[in-house]
Design a binder for this molecule. Structure first.
Ligand SMILES: [Zn+2]
Ligand SMILES: [Zn+2]
Ligand SMILES: [Zn+2]
Length: 285
């Protein structure tokens, strides 16, 4: 399995629009790993998790061939994870020339995300049915996309009535957990994860090394990530071979990439960055 992390910033990205904090100012100067776009992941070049408002820039800088994407998994409908209006650009002829034989884009999402997409892609009178196909996510119910087996698991995140989710993705004997946006994962999710052998995990760490747990009602900080890490290690789901990353960093956590990486490493993690590639096993299809 080939995983590419496309974006590792919180809702504002870094540097944030309109912001003059020291992180944003220095990130602008340093560029490289300090530039963080909104969240998303590409798997095996054909499956996306989330569709951020930065997909245009990410497709350019990582030379993505988005016409090859057959399936889109949506964690939740917050605007930093779902730029619904951009999905209108998938409509053949009106906005793009697709290679022959490419069908509709299949979107695996909640009822709320589907509603948002349907409302926003029809701004020009288009009907979503013409180029998109929707599959409803059900927590803990796995579904297959070719060799990939995907399982949505409940997250704790403030999005009204929407059940936000994180994903476990398996291919062959390899397992990848993608866990942004959530406060400490609910017991049922942790219990499910404890049964797995995890080759790579990516945890929400919006608040970086800030220690105030009262802020962590929808996101996590490094201390909570460390607690989850220890629980999973105790159960054997995480081992010394598991690749552990943190993502969804906010500029408000007050740290540049090198500082986040230092703090993350003290706790057994790495700070993810835009463009990071994680390879699991030899097979890359
Ligand atoms: Zn987010
Ligand atoms: Zn800032
Ligand atoms: Zn969110």
């Amino acid at each position: 399995m080939k995983v590419r992390i496309l974006g590792t910033g919180a809702a504002e990205g870094i540097p944030a629009l309109f912001c003059r904090c020291s992180v944003c100012e220095n990130a602008g100067k340093l560029a490289g790993k300090d530039i963080r776009t909104r969240s998303g992941v590409m798997i095996n070049d054909t499956v996306l998790i989330d569709f951020s408002p930065d997909m245009l820039w990410n497709s350019r800088r990582f030379r993505l061939h988005l016409w090859n994407v057959t399936d889109l998994l949506i964690t939740h409908s917050h605007a930093d994870h779902l730029s619904a209006v951009s999905l209108a650009l998938r409509k053949p002829e009106d906005y793009c020339m697709m290679p022959k034989g490419i069908g509709k884009l299949k979107i695996h999402c909640s009822e709320q995300s589907e509603r948002r997409i349907r409302e926003e892609v029809c701004f020009d009178g288009s009907d979503a049915e013409e180029f998109l196909y929707f599959e409803r996510l059900n927590m803990f119910r796995s579904f297959s996309i070719r060799q990939l087996v995907c399982t949505p698991l409940p997250a704790v995140h403030s999005a009204g009535a929407e059940q936000c989710c994180v994903f476990l993705i398996r291919e062959g004997g390899h397992t990848f957990f993608y866990g942004t946006d959530s406060a400490e994962y609910p017991e049922l999710t942790k219990e499910f994860l404890k049964e797995q052998h995890l080759d790579a995990v990516v945890f929400d760490c919006t608040f970086g090394a800030l220690t105030d747990r009262n802020r962590c009602r929808s996101h996590m900080n490094m201390d909570i990530c460390r607690d989850v890490f220890c629980e999973l290690k105790e159960s054997g789901a995480v081992t010394k071979n598991t690749k552990c990353y943190l993502t969804h960093f906010s500029h408000f956590c007050g740290m540049l990439h090198s500082e986040l990486e230092d703090e993350a490493m003290k706790r057994g993690f790495h700070a993810a960055y835009d463009g990071l590639e994680i390879s699991l096993g030899d097979k890359q299809t």
